[in-house]
Design a protein around this ligand. Structure first.
Ligand code: AMP
Length: 133
């Protein structure tokens, strides 16, 4: 069965899209640790990031860098934290999280409760910053 992220890429379920390239897709995490918490995935469904072929792995990282720069333009933060966990959704993804301190990367923390409007607005601001870059 297709992963939830493949369904997002195929437009079968909605997402707060931030950007896409030929091979990758970026969208807001629906249970964000911080404003602007974004997931970047390869469009091809591969569960474990270390199983990506080198070319796709490098493209995922290149694209994540570009998306991270766009998030920085929109969200006030010291840095964009970059991490891969992948215990919940079996489709490789990079977490891009605006951070100011170490604990901002703590996945055990309660998540933010953002409204649909807030998520739509954030995604659109990041998408605009991405397109300008
Ligand atoms: P993990 O696989 O442990 O890296 O966690 C999966 C992440 O995907 C979590 O942060 C979820 O909030 C996020 N997530 C799960 N389903 C969706 C979805 N439909 N849209 C956006 N983010 C999602």
């Amino acid at each position: 069965m297709a992963s939830v992220f493949t369904k997002i890429v195929n437009g079968e379920i909605p997402s707060y899209k931030v950007a896409e390239s030929e091979l990758c897709y970026a969208f807001l995490d629906i249970n964000p640790l911080a404003l602007g918490h974004t997931l970047v995935i390869p469009k091809k469904e591969v569960d474990y990031i270390l199983d990506l072929d080198d070319e796709l792995y490098l493209e995922l990282m290149r694209f994540s860098k570009q998306v991270g720069k766009a998030i920085e333009m929109v969200v006030d933060c010291k840095r964009i934290g970059i991490t891969v966990i992948g215990l919940e959704v079996p489709h490789a993804h990079v977490h891009l999280i605006p951070i100011n301190q170490l604990n901002d990367m703590n996945f055990a923390k309660p998540k933010l409760n953002l409204t649909t409007n807030e998520l739509e607005e954030l995604a659109s601001e990041i998408a605009i910053a991405f397109a300008k870059d």
